[in-house]
Design a protein around this ligand. Sequence first.
Ligand SMILES: *[C@@H]1O[C@H](CO)[C@@H](O)[C@H](O)[C@H]1NC(C)=O
Ligand SMILES: *[C@@H]1O[C@H](CO)[C@@H](O)[C@H](O)[C@H]1NC(C)=O
Ligand SMILES: *[C@@H]1O[C@H](CO)[C@@H](O)[C@H](O)[C@H]1NC(C)=O
Ligand SMILES: *[C@@H]1O[C@H](CO)[C@@H](O)[C@H](O)[C@H]1NC(C)=O
Length: 322
Amino acid sequence: MMSAISRLLASSSWSVLLQKSLHFLLNMLRFHTGAAVLALTAAWVCQADVGDFTPCERFFYNAWPPKGLVGAAICQRYLNKYHFASLYDRHRRTPSYSAYLFSPADTKRPHTHWKYEPQLAYAKADGNMIPFPPGPVDQNVVQSQAIELDYINSSYTRGHLSPSLHHSDDIDKCATFTLTNVVPQKGPSNDGPWAAFEKDIKNRLTSYCAKEAYIVTGVIPYQKDRWIKGDRVAIPEYLWSAYCCPSYNTSIPANLTQAFPTYAAIGRNDPNSTEEIVPVDKTRPKKYLGYDVRLMSLKTLEMYLQDRLGTVFSVFYNGCST
Ligand SMILES: *[C@@H]1O[C@H](CO)[C@@H](O)[C@H](O)[C@H]1NC(C)=O
Ligand SMILES: *[C@@H]1O[C@H](CO)[C@@H](O)[C@H](O)[C@H]1NC(C)=O
Ligand SMILES: *[C@@H]1O[C@H](CO)[C@@H](O)[C@H](O)[C@H]1NC(C)=O
Ligand SMILES: *[C@@H]1O[C@H](CO)[C@@H](O)[C@H](O)[C@H]1NC(C)=O
């Protein structure tokens, strides 16, 4: 009981707190009263997308969201359909990770508006993401999440966690252009080694993954937070990514046998970081120097995440083994 309460208090927003209290109440009711009250309460609780991954659990291997981090669960909904999922860190105003189903494609990056998540600002808002208006942005939206102005002239680009490149459907692609799926990423990482990594993963999964590939991509913050625009949006020191492809072509080339069913990587977002986690390839063109991506096993990634996030973090159910 005490730990349940302290977990409630640790959650970052009152709307999440309210929902959790209601879930608690719901469990009590399930115990003590009839179905009518239960149904009524359930209808009320289930309105909001923020706080629960249930409607979009198909984006997680075995319907099991990563364990270890708390935050606002966003089922990324656009045009009345779910497209992927993100765990949002309200304090840093960035996602901690986005999770999605890979879908091979050779289609172009779309021209689309940047969008925001109304439910972070208004718990009862409709669950669909909304394009930013051309003029001033509602103050509750400004308070609850990153807005376009935060990134303009910040010296950081908008780095997608769920990238449009890994989706074939046009609406899925457009749905990735929400700032709740984006972190401040240095340009030479975003269009250099990290872009090359995303392309490699796309080619590898397209060639050898027989069925679903589940991908989770997230951030490692600095040990002491650094921000753009004062204390608006926290800059990640590293990006990380892992995939889980339970069913794959057994005649994969010898150099890829370590890479299935699961593999991971950490990418640098700061040339000044030390080289303990990701060493620097000094032979790179000067522009991209210090933005390396290191491929590694899921276990190695989880070791670094545990060390840096200060919590046991499991990306995939049972380590993606069946
Ligand atoms: C960004 O910087 C340019 C050039 O210094 C300036 O003209 C522009 O007004 C700035 N935009 C914002 C939104 O700060
Ligand atoms: C598996 O990969 C090999 C090449 O390594 C390819 O020839 C074969 O067609 C693939 N099989 C399937 C079922 O994709
Ligand atoms: C595996 O080897 C092939 C050539 O056989 C090469 O093209 C590819 O880049 C290698 N992949 C990795 C991840 O080393
Ligand atoms: C890295 O350090 C140099 C020199 O101190 C500084 O000019 C630069 O802004 C730093 N880069 C980042 C990404 O912090």
